[in-house]
Write a protein that binds this ligand. Structure first.
Ligand code: ADP
Ligand code: MG
Length: 768
């Protein structure tokens, strides 16, 4: 008997060979397959007549192949097919369509989906790169006739090339659902009945059926936006378990013993002593919230969110002083060596003013073994008050004598919090403060970081002048270098950033941060989540993943956007130093220098001994030199919005007018164009983040894997934001009142499911 847990191998029509292919796509069980949802739907129930199409609309058309041919134009091979309905016909074109040769035979019926465009001649229409499916001919079996036409047809992301494409998935899912029909308890209800009733959501079984094979009459726009009750049911369930896990975690923390720090007058005096400036109101508020947490005997778990330059560092430093003044150690963990080094240098500078001598220790991966050992010993013996480091703090098995507070600067999340627990010798749980400059839209932050409390720095320190941002074509680089010279002459400094360390090989570490070749040249943008809000037109074309065949995509984007040789930091350092910027003091900074070199260069730039710093994205986060007024970014089209914003945030930190110059060469994709235009248009980190989310999708935006965030199967954090909030509310309520709202069996089921979801699916330990 089939159940959701049955391995796919035992499904009719799937043997070991196919099961293996599926396994590669993460599909192991019947449930996995059923949760492989269609990424769009075609209305083949009411396909459109060719003679009633309107240019500009997206349409489903079913027609007969009249002819097909490969045209070899000078620029590229184009595959052309003509489909007809009675007396009307329409041309379909595929660029680089060589792979389509021999695919269509006259007389075949095809279903097409794409954007309708007026043809050049002015008569009739054409479609460029439409999605297509060759329909089974009349002789095929009955199931094909039921599933392929005369209905709203689900279209799936292929699970393995053309072998396990839409048609195969349709049939298999259909067969599974048929087999499961009527067997009670094979699609177990995994949500408390009371919640389903309150939210008016269908049963799981019904949801699964409707999401794959929507009833005639289901609104197409709702389907495409994944907003039908059936979709909402499945998405809500996934989000509910995420939020429930966060809620449980949060509650568990509240039961743990933390350290109740004191903020006596003596401690306050120590804080005041080092303050280099009047804090902004936002900084005061944030520090107040942090101090209140620290005074409580419950471990702090707080997120400090503030745009680039909003002044998070001093807030963190003050918090660390509270711990130190209470006789504990504090640790600050930074994502890169350069940033750790900078934090180290600036903490030293700030703390020098104090009467008490604070003992500060730096620990990064590239220190030599002896220095590492010495640092570890000082930390273990309690001879270090403030420890600043990178991931090495975790990797080098550092043990603290008396750790009271951990500050994690930028990025890493879940994993880090857990592993810090391993390091403390015993006693109470240290407090944790996570700082991020990623301007996660507020509601999203609240739901996503549900186990953290949130403090926001929503105000910039005084005296900032807006940064002038300009887009400049490569051909005008002479003017750019001239401008840099002028600024240096005025006593200022500049950064010049490149996407790679060394050329022409582009397998250098920092390239990981730069974008690969990307973007659909036909202006297809990931709009799936946009559609979820009903703001834009329902653009059902794009899935979360790319829908175009890999081969086509590669070929055409390379042709339309030829890959220029990338300038690299190392090469350009040599060139600029000896040519365009000859006579200036030019420095080089990138991730592959060893720790000492990095430190020396950072120090010299900070002291004004270097005029122009040629760098990679290693300077993206945190680097803080107020005298720098120019940020030049070459190959700007290669960088993501968040990165560009971070990089720009390196200037405009002092009183002087600052400039960000985005240089691009060659043709750039529409998507990159939009990013750059946004950079010129606004300096608002939240606005840019929203756009970034839209352009890149949440997976990449949050750096899912990097941040340890769960990979969702049916949910999309941006599109489904409203449901996420709802899930948060419902999960909190469930935790509070489970005994009233759910039967004991339901509670047991929810608990088991929660554990499973968090361990297996999200890979986050320790829930439930
Ligand atoms: P971020 O939030 O990006 O980490 P930083 O903490 O590096 O920002 O602060 C950015 C710059 O603003 C630093 O040079 C810092 O010294 C300065 N700064 C921070 N707070 C204030 C303030 N209240 N008044 C004046 N300057 C400040
Ligand atoms: Mg910072």
């Amino acid at each position: 008997m089939l159940t959701l847990e049955t391995p796919v191998q035992f499904v009719k029509g799937i043997g070991p060979a196919i099961a293996k292919m599926l396994a590669e796509k993460g599909v192991a069980t019947v449930e996995d397959l059923l949760l492989h949802l269609p990424f769009r739907y075609e209305d083949r129930l009411n396909p459109r007549a060719l003679n009633e199409l309107q240019p500009g609309e997206m349409a489903s058309v079913i027609g007969e192949v009249r002819g097909a041919t490969l045209l070899r134009t000078r620029r590229m091979p184009i595959f052309e097919m003509t489909v007809g309905q009675g007396l009307s016909s329409m041309k379909c074109l595929w660029f680089h369509g060589t792979y389509l040769e021999g695919k269509f035979k006259p007389g075949q019926m095809v279903a097409l989906f794409g954007k309708v465009e007026a043809s050049k001649s002015g008569r009739g229409f054409k479609m460029i790169q439409p999605q297509f499916e060759i329909l089974p001919d009349g002789s095929d079996d009955a199931l094909d006739r039921i599933l392929e036409v005369g209905r709203i047809t689900p279209v799936y992301e292929s699970l393995s090339g053309s072998r396990l494409a839409s048609r195969w998935i349709r049939r298999t899912v259909w067969n599974i659902l048929e087999e499961l029909r009527g067997i009670p308890e094979t699609l177990p209800r995994e949500m408390p009945e009371s919640i389903l009733a309150r939210l008016d959501l269908p049963s799981r079984e019904q949801a699964l059926r409707e999401v794959h094979f929507p009833a005639a009459g289901t609104a197409m726009a709702q389907l495409q936006a994944a907003a039908t009750p059936a979709h909402r049911r499945l998405i809500f369930e996934e989000l509910f378990y995420l939020e429930l896990g966060l809620e449980v975690k949060r509650k568990k923390f509240q039961e743990k013993t933390g350290i109740a720090f004191e903020t006596s007058e003596k401690v306050r005096a120590a804080l005041r002593e080092i303050l280099p400036f009047h804090p902004t109101a936002a900084q005061k508020r944030a520090l107040g919230e942090i101090a209140a947490d620290m005074r409580r005997g419950v471990p702090m778990r707080r997120l400090l969110q503030g745009d680039v330059g909003s002044g998070k560092t001093i807030v963190a430093l003050e918090a660390m002083l509270i711990a130190i003044e209470n006789g504990h150690q504090a640790a600050l963990m930074a994502p890169t060596e350069i940033l750790a080094t900078q934090h180290y240098l600036s903490a030293k500078r700030v703390l020098e003013k104090a009467q008490r001598k604070y003992r500060i220790t730096l620990l990064t991966g590239s220190l030599d073994d002896e220095r590492k050992r010495a640092a570890r010993r000082r930390i273990y013996q309690g001879e270090a008050d403030l420890v600043i480091g990178t991931h090495a703090l975790i990797e080098e098995k550092v043990e603290f004598a008396n750790l009271g507070l951990v500050v994690v600067d930028e990025q890493h999340r879940f994993g880090v919090l857990q592993r810090f627990r391993l390091m403390k010798k015993d006693g109470a749980e240290p407090d944790v403060l996570v700082m991020t400059a990623t301007p996660i839209p507020r509601t999203l932050a609240l739901s996503l970081y549900g186990d953290l409390d949130l403090s926001v720095l929503d105000e910039m320190p005084p005296g900032r002048t807006p940064i002038v941002t300009r887009l400049v074509a490569d051909e005008r680089s002479d003017e750019v270098w001239e401008f840099v010279r002028k600024q240096v002459k005025k006593g200022h400094q500049a950064y010049v950033v490149y996407p790679v360390i060394e050329g022409p090989k582009d397998d250098q570490p920092e390239l990981d941060f730069a974008l690969p070749e990307e973007d659909e040249p036909q202006g297809l943008k990931p709009t799936s989540f946009r559609a979820g809000y009903g703001t834009a037109e329902a653009v059902p074309f794009q899935s979360r993943k790319s829908t175009t065949k890999k081969t086509t995509k590669k070929a055409s984007s390379a042709e339309l956007f030829p890959k220029l040789p990338l300038k690299s930091a190392t090469d350009m350092y040599e060139q600029l130093r000896t040519q365009e910027l000859a006579g200036l003091r030019v420095g080089l900074l990138h991730g592959r220098l060893d720790a000492d070199e990095k430190e020396v260069t950072m120090r010299r730039f900070q002291r004004g001994e270097i005029d122009v710093l040629i760098a990679t994205t290693v300077i993206e986060v945190g680097v803080d030199v107020a005298n720098a007024t120019v940020m030049v970014i070459e190959h700007a089209e290669r960088f993501g919005l968040a990165q560009l914003h971070q990089l720009r945030g390196r200037v405009g930190r002092g009183g002087a007018k600052s400039y960000c110059i985005l240089m691009t060469g060659g043709k750039i994709s529409p998507n990159a164009e939009e990013r750059l235009a946004a950079m010129v248009r606004t300096q608002d980190g939240f606005e840019l983040a929203e756009l970034d989310l839209e352009l890149r999708g949440p997976g990449e935006f949050f750096g899912t894997r990097q941040a340890g965030l769960p990979d969702f199967r049916v949910a999309n954090l941006v599109r489904d934001r409203k449901l996420l909030e709802l899930a948060k509310i419902e999960s909190a309520r469930f935790v509070q009142r489970a005994s009233e709202e759910a039967t004991p069996e339901e509670r047991a089921r929810v608990a088991a499911r929660l554990k499973d979801a968090w361990q297996r699916k999200y890979g986050l330990a320790e829930a439930g």
